[in-house]
Design a protein around this ligand. Structure first.
Ligand SMILES: *Cc1c(COP(=O)(O)O)cnc(C)c1O
Length: 397
């Protein structure tokens, strides 16, 4: 059958593919430890589940307004005021079926053929494909490990052309865990304002930060940059709610109303029950987030130390999210049973074959010198997994 070209322009999410491969090997009886997970391993907190159960029992099971109920929009508005002192109106908020859906819809309303969208690398795997699906061209802007993987304003400016429509920022970052400082964002904002481009700020990991890192949103610098920024966020990562599918955007009214229109002819509203659960997540007791973050922090400390303990691997501690992105490039050129490891894919394949360890090659995120490990898995798995990785690396010639 001849499918539309669109379907061939993109690839399935490689991180989901690795998780699936690990599951398949496990089903064959192999004791695979997966470091591929892109979601918290914790259960959704009870108060949030109860809100959803209540919604079902009370019959809150019909269509809602396309862009979300007033109740959830108000909860989001309060969150922006509380966390960042940012004021939005209901007409500047749209709720979608997960932040990925929000990003997809934004891309559909903002980008078209001929447009360029700047994506700093290492990037979240979905950004380039979401841009391509809108017919636009992703322009990759490499960042340096020595800059903590933050987009350098000069490098950004070099990538800007008359076709540039937007920059996609993600802090803390998936896959590096690196987070921007306020000064970094101010320097970027100057370039963005000077060239009058948009910025999509994916803040999905804002709550998962360590060492008292103070999250700062680029939109809160001043009104000029706020008017050029669309903030994307959701409840998936902070509240362990990946399956509920609630994400949202805040930004200029014109853009938000176009997103709502696209949604009205595609998914309609996000699930009514999940909206009620998300309201409880946003308005309810926030100590559940702290508990999860403190568990993540313990694991991060362990995994960073254990990786740095392996000869040939270096791993600075990330400021946020639940990933480490160690540099493994000094292992390139080494071999096992006659096979040379030349890149991040070779190393990931070796770890899976030799040690039953699933990691994601950095190449998938636009940087072949690194691999990504998620520590959204138990301490027991992390300890055993890192022991296996160490031995597998020791066996290299
Ligand atoms: C997980 C993730 C998202 C999407 O989350 P949803 O579950 O779709 O809300 C968006 N951006 C990044 C960087 C992510 O890691």
């Amino acid at each position: 059958m001849k499918l539309a070209k669109r379907a061939d322009m993109i690839k399935p999410s490689p991180t989901l593919a690795i998780t699936m491969k690990a599951n398949a090997l496990r089903a064959e009886g192999r004791d695979v430890i997966g470091f591929g997970a892109g979601e918290p391993d914790f259960d959704t907190p009870d108060n949030i589940k109860k809100a959803a159960i209540r919604a079902i029992e009370e019959g809150f099971t019909k269509y809602t307004p396309v862009g979300g109920t007033d109740e959830i929009k108000d909860a989001i508005i309060q969150k922006f005021i509380r966390d960042h002192g940012l004021a939005y109106k209901r007409s500047q908020i749209v709720v979608s079926c997960g932040a990925k859906h929000t990003l997809y819809n934004l891309s559909q309303v903002l980008f078209e053929e001929g447009d360029e969208v700047i994506i700093p690398a290492p990037y979240w795997v979905s950004y380039p494909d979401i841009v391509v699906l809108a017919g636009a061209t992703p322009i990759i802007c490499d960042t340096r490990e020595s800059d903590n993987f933050c987009c350098n304003p000069k490098s950004l400016e070099k990538k800007i052309t008359p076709r540039t429509k937007a920059l996609i920022l993600n802090s803390p970052s998936n896959p590096t865990g690196a987070a921007y400082k306020k000064e970094n964002l101010q320097a970027l904002a100057e370039v963005i304002i000077k060239h009058n481009i948009l910025v999509i700020s994916d803040d999905i990991y804002e709550k998962i930060v360590y060492d008292n890192y103070d999250f700062y949103s680029i939109a809160s610098i001043d009104d000029k940059i706020k008017n050029l920024t669309i903030v994307v966020n959701g409840v998936s990562k902070a509240y362990a709610m990946t399956g509920w599918r609630i994400g949202y955007a805040a930004g200029p009214e014109e853009i938000i109303s176009a997103v709502t229109k696209i949604q009205s002819q595609s998914t309609s509203n996000p699930t009514s029950i999940a909206q009620k659960a998300a309201v409880e997540a946003l308005n309810g007791d926030q100590s559940v987030v702290k508990q999860m973050v403190s568990e993540f922090e313990k694991r991060r400390n362990f995994i960073v130390d254990a990786l740095n303990d392996i000869q040939g691997i270096t791993c600075p501690p990330p400021q946020g999210a639940f990933y480490v992105f160690p540099n493994v490039s000094s292992l390139y050129g080494r071999s096992h049973s006659g096979n040379t490891i030349n890149n991040s894919t070779d190393l990931s394949t070796y770890l899976l074959d030799r040690a039953n360890i699933a990691v994601v090659p950095g190449k998938e995120f636009g940087n072949d010198q690194h691999i990504r490990l998620s520590y959204a898995t138990s301490m027991k798995n992390i300890e055993e997994g890192l022991r296996r990785i160490k031995y597998a690396i020791l066996e290299l010639n």
